[in-house]
Design a protein around this ligand. Structure first.
Ligand SMILES: C[S@@+](CC[C@H](N)C(=O)[O-])C[C@H]1O[C@@H](n2cnc3c(N)ncnc32)[C@H](O)[C@@H]1O
Length: 322
């Protein structure tokens, strides 16, 4: 009939075995600085289930590319000298934890390299009004409404078989639609690390960062590791040597026409002879990847290597310019 929500870190940690019975508030992604080990574990557990309004999941996890990274680093070592000032970009990097893990080996093997992680969505916005919190994307799309003891998912919506949640969710969607214009344009917090609140009486706006605390810490301490907002359908501002796009250019997410736009964006972003790693992960342990490692050559891409059966868009990418 109904599901209550988990709105505090204490409840979340206490409800270890019964979490599936409750809705988890996206507010809990706002970890303290510095975070405890339990905060980090909670962040990783929660972010895995977050789905954006586009239908794309945020899913990523610690160690996801531990079998892929050495493979890619070896190919790069064959192509570039260790002192090359490589510019490497990891697109659609979600919370950037896997980028941070890649940086640990890449920046050791290529000490003059830099790694930029990017994603379209680096934070959510919590809009607090009366006794309700609306969790929205920076574009204003409503993901969740929190009215303790309820946490109501708005995208995807609460199902009919939980009628109380469903009816409360519909009421929240209506309330958000009614106040959306009055709240005004949401702040641009695209640097991701600003946690300041924003008072707009009668509303209060708070940021919910979606960057993993460890990636955030590396960004603060290492000038060669950066994070920025970027869409995989837009060319990079400055061409680079290597681009990784894992678990984003999937036929289940985008049409072939849209994927062609992505291929064009990668092509325009790579320097001549630049390398593109594209593919997807097949298992939950992150041991099995089916990826293609391509090289920009003239107007085309050439296949350097494959893991598994290669990317599902490999043929589309190889047809470019031919
Ligand atoms: C499944 S996660 C992949 C994360 C990471 N690359 C990995 O493989 O572990 C997909 C990510 O793509 C991001 N995303 C969706 N549309 C995007 C776009 N147009 N440009 C950049 N990122 C996008 C989402 O925010 C999400 O974090």
């Amino acid at each position: 009939m109904l599901k209550f929500g988990l709105t505090s870190a204490t409840d979340y940690h206490g409800a270890k075995r019964s979490r599936w019975k409750r809705r988890v508030s996206w507010q809990l992604l706002r970890t303290p600085i510095p975070p405890s080990a339990a905060d980090v574990t909670a962040f990783e557990g929660i972010v895995r289930g977050l789905q954006l309004s586009s239908g794309v999941f945020r899913t990523t996890f610690r160690g996801r590319f531990l079998t892929l990274d050495p493979h890619v680093n070896r190919i790069l070592a064959e192509l570039y000298s260790a002192d090359a000032p490589l510019r490497v970009e990891d697109w659609a990097a979600s919370d950037c934890l896997t980028s941070k893990e890649w940086a640990a080996t890449l920046l050791t093997e290529f000490p003059h390299a830099s790694l930029e992680a990017s994603d379209l969505t680096l934070y959510l916005v919590e809009v607090i009004h009366n006794n309700e919190s609306f969790i929205v994307e920076p574009g204003g799309q409503l993901l969740q409404s929190i009215r303790p003891p309820f946490v109501l998912n708005c995208h995807p919506p609460e199902p009919w078989f939980l009628p109380v949640n469903h009816l409360l969710m519909r009421a929240s969607v209506r309330r958000w639609a009614a106040i959306r214009d009055t709240v005004g344009p949401l702040p641009d917090w695209s640097l991701g690390h600003c946690r300041g609140d924003c008072e707009r009486p009668p509303f209060r706006l708070r940021q919910i960062p979606l960057i993993h605390p460890e990636a955030e810490a590396l960004r603060r301490t290492t000038s060669t590791f950066t994070i920025r907002r970027h869409s995989v359908f837009e060319p990079a501002a400055v061409p680079c040597h290597v681009i990784r796009t894992m678990n984003i250019f999937n036929l289940s997410y985008f049409s072939p026409e849209r994927l062609r736009d992505g291929i064009e964006a990668v092509f325009a972003s790579l320097l001549p002879e630049g390398v593109w790693i594209v593919g997807r992960t097949l298992d939950d342990d992150g041991r099995l990847h089916t990826a293609s490692i391509l090289r920009k050559s003239g107007d085309c891409f050439q296949l350097l290597e494959r893991t598994g059966s290669g990317s599902e868009i490999e043929a589309l990418a190889l047809s470019r310019g031919r």
